[in-house]
Design a protein around this ligand. Structure first.
Ligand SMILES: NC(=O)c1ccc[n+]([C@@H]2O[C@H](COP(=O)([O-])OP(=O)(O)OC[C@H]3O[C@@H](n4cnc5c(N)ncnc54)[C@H](O)[C@@H]3O)[C@@H](O)[C@H]2O)c1
Length: 244
């Protein structure tokens, strides 16, 4: 028996990295998986591999969200899990970046998460169950130097998670955030100095970056009924970085 048997799951940013790892794991646990991204060829290839559905979805596009959720509930009859995973990273301290760069990060990482929750909540509230998993970051728990817009956006994800959890609780729709540290994906390789892996991981108590599959395991727990009493909570997966 799969841990997600009978569940219909929607994952954003699922063409690669953590989103693709979640799609693979969820499908292997019995879920019907809808993968979305803006990288269509890669996303469709992952969907083919796991027998899922791929749709183009730019998370900033509200009407695209509405159409997709309508299609999923029309086709599959329900929607149990949303993983708001799509995100972008950018560098720059607050006195270096301009408003355009700030807004670009906020649009994907913050507005995109809001639009996703807004689109799926009516369906989940109506069916009386659902799990929304918002991918924040360790940057959503700390300050840090040199990624001001990203940090701001990930704190917003954490705040939206708590507010939506409070607003959805009575309808048994759970909303939680995941806070990854350093995860070995394309995004990590965008970090300044990422070529020097030893330097990057020196401070991590477990001494290494995580694989995307390790975050997927945590997302699986939150997607499944095993996490039935967790909502409005922060799940940190950072090899101990936050303990320093
Ligand atoms: N890699 C890390 O170290 C790390 C650490 C903490 C948090 N995170 C977060 O984890 C999530 C997944 O990132 P990842 O590590 O797999 O990196 P990634 O860059 O491999 O994946 C991000 C995915 O989001 C998609 N995306 C970007 N803009 C989009 C848009 N407008 N609409 C739809 N999709 C869009 C990309 O095409 C890509 O497939 C992100 O939210 C990221 O901020 C990553």
């Amino acid at each position: 028996m799969g841990r997600l048997d009978g569940k219909v799951c929607l994952i954003t940013g699922a063409a690669r990295g953590q989103g693709a790892a979640e799609a693979r794991l969820f499908a292997s646990e019995g879920a019907e998986v809808w993968l979305t991204d803006v990288l269509d060829a890669q996303g469709a290839a992952v969907a083919d591999e796991i027998g899922g559905h791929y749709r183009h979805l730019d998370v900033r596009d509200e009407s695209a969200w509405t159409d997709l959720v309508q299609e999923i509930s029309g086709t599959s009859g329900r929607l149990d899990v949303l993983v708001n995973n799509a995100g972008i990273f950018d560098t720059g301290r607050h006195f270096e970046i301009d408003a355009v760069a700030f807004q670009r990060v906020m649009d994907v990482n913050c507005l995109g998460v809001f639009l996703g929750m807004k689109a799926v909540s009516p369906v989940m509230r109506e069916q009386g169950s659902g799990s929304i998993i918002n991918i924040s970051s360790l940057a959503g728990l700390t300050g840090g130097v040199g990624a001001f817009a990203y940090t701001t956006s990930k704190w917003a994800v954490r705040g939206m998670t708590k507010a939506a959890a409070a607003e959805n609780g009575r309808r048994n729709v759970r909303v939680n955030s995941i806070h990854p540290g350093l995860i070995d994906t394309d995004m990590l390789h965008q970090l300044p100095g990422s070529q020097d892996e030893a330097r990057l991981t020196r401070r991590i108590p477990l001494g290494r970056a995580a694989q995307a599959e390790e975050v997927a395991s945590l997302a699986l727990f939150l997607a499944s009924d095993e996490s039935s009493y967790s909502t409005g909570a922060e799940f940190v997966i950072d090899g101990g970085l936050n303990a320093l």
